[in-house]
Design a protein around this ligand. Structure first.
Ligand code: AVJ
Length: 320
C-alpha cells in the first residue's frame, strides 16, 4: 500500500476548480489554469507527450541530468530531495542515483497534484531504492510548500520547464515562496525551456499524432466530470501559438462553431462564438540572463548553469 500525505481533498479540489472556472470563463479572453489538465487521464497523456518526436524538452533535460547528476550531488550534499510537480519521477531517478552514489541522500519527497501519478511513482521508487525514505505529498506547489518534510540540506527540484506555466508576476511570487521555505545553504534546481526558432517550439506543442490536442481538450473533460458541465471537446480545435513579444507558447481551444455550455457546478452558463478561444496554458521560454536575473531577484545565488548540447533547455543550480 502506498501512503501519501494528502493536502488537497476531493471536495476542496472541486471547490478550487469552481473558483478558477468562474473567474477564467467569465474573463475576456476566456482562460483556464493549466494545472487542471492533470487528472489521471491528463497525467497519462502528458507522459505520452514526453515520448513524442516533436517534444524535445524532456529528452534535453534528461541529457543534462544524466551528465550532471553526480556534480549536483557533490555540490549540494543534499540529504533530502524534494521534487515539485513530480509526475512519474522518471528523470528524477538520475538525481536519486547521483545522491545514492555520493552517499548523503536519505529522503525523497515528491509532491504532485495528481494522486494517481504520485502513488505509482512512489511505489516504483520505493521498490528500486530500498535505502531511501520516500514521502509522497499530494498537493499544489503554489500552496503547500510550507508543509514539506525532510532534513537539511534540502534540494528542491522543479524540472521540466513547469516554471514556464506561471504568468511572470506569479512566477516571481512562487520563486520567493520557495526561497522563503528554504534555509540559507539549501538548494533549488530549476529546469527552463529556452527561446528558440518558433517552428520547433510550435511543433513541440502541436504534434502530428495529435496527443497534445487530446491533452489540451482533457481540461474540458475535467470540468465536465467535476462540475457536471456539458463541454463537447470535439467541437474545439487545438492550437499552439507562439507569442514572440512575451516569449511564450499559448495553448488554446478554439470553438469550431457558436455554442452554449452549461456548467451547473459553477452555477453558470457560457456562450462561445465561432472562432472564440479559451486559453488553457502559457509555457514561457527563457534566456540564460533572464533566469539568472529572476533567481537573484527572488533571493537565490546562481551556482551553476547547464544546457544540453543543442542548447534547447537550461538547468540552473541556485543556493538559498
Ligand atoms: C509539464 C508544464 C512542462 O509546458 O511544456 C506539454 C506541459 N503542455 N505540452 C510544458 C505541456 C503541452 C509542459 N509542462
Amino acid at each position: 500500500m502506498t501512503e501519501l500525505d494528502v493536502h488537497r481533498e476531493e471536495r476542496e479540489l472541486t471547490e478550487a476548480l469552481r473558483t478558477d472556472v468562474r473567474s477564467g470563463l467569465s474573463a475576456e479572453p476566456k482562460s483556464l489554469p493549466s494545472k487542471w489538465f492533470y487528472d489521471a487521464r491528463g497525467s497519462r497523456l502528458f507522459e505520452d507527450i514526453t515520448a513524442l518526436p516533436e517534444y524535445y524538452p524532456t529528452r534535453a533535460e534528461r541529457e543534462i541530468l544524466a551528465r550532471e547528476a553526480a556534480e549536483i550531488a557533490r555540490i549540494t550534499g543534499a540529504r533530502t530531495l524534494v521534487e515539485l510537480g513530480s509526475g512519474s519521477s522518471e528523470k528524477t531517478r538520475l538525481l536519486l542515483d547521483g545522491g545514492r552514489d555520493h552517499g548523503a541522500l536519505r529522503h525523497f519527497v515528491p509532491l504532485d497534484v495528481s494522486e494517481s501519478a504520485l502513488s505509482e511513482a512512489v511505489e516504483a521508487i520505493r521498490a528500486d531504492y530500498p535505502g531511501l525514505e520516500v514521502h509522497g505529498v499530494v498537493g499544489d506547489f503554489t500552496e503547500h510548500l510550507d508543509l514539506l518534510p525532510g532534513q537539511a540540506p534540502r534540494l528542491v527540484a522543479f524540472l521540466g520547464g513547469t516554471i514556464g506555466n506561471f504568468l511572470p508576476a506569479d512566477r516571481m511570487k512562487f520563486l520567493r515562496s520557495v526561497r522563503e521555505v528554504l534555509d540559507a545553504g539549501e538548494w533549488l534546481l530549476l529546469g527552463t525551456d529556452l527561446v528558440k526558432d518558433p517552428a520547433t517550439l510550435v511543433a513541440a506543442y502541436d504534434d502530428a499524432a495529435g496527443v497534445t490536442a487530446e491533452f489540451n481538450r482533457n481540461v474540458l473533460r475535467v470540468v465536465n466530470t467535476r462540475l457536471g458541465a456539458d463541454f463537447d471537446p470535439d467541437r474545439f480545435d487545438h492550437e499552439a501559438y507562439w507569442d514572440a513579444g512575451a516569449e511564450w507558447i499559448e495553448m488554446r481551444l478554439r470553438a469550431k462553431e457558436d455554442m452554449t455550455v452549461r456548467i451547473p457546478g459553477a452555477g453558470m452558463e457560457i456562450s462561445l462564438t465561432e472562432g472564440e478561444y479559451i486559453r488553457t496554458e502559457i509555457s514561457a521560454k527563457f534566456r540564460a540572463a533572464g533566469v539568472a536575473a529572476e533567481l537573484a531577484e527572488a533571493g537565490f545565488a546562481v551556482e551553476r548553469w547547464w544546457t544540453d548540447e543543442a542548447k534547447r533547455f537550461g538547468l540552473t543550480l541556485a543556493e538559498a
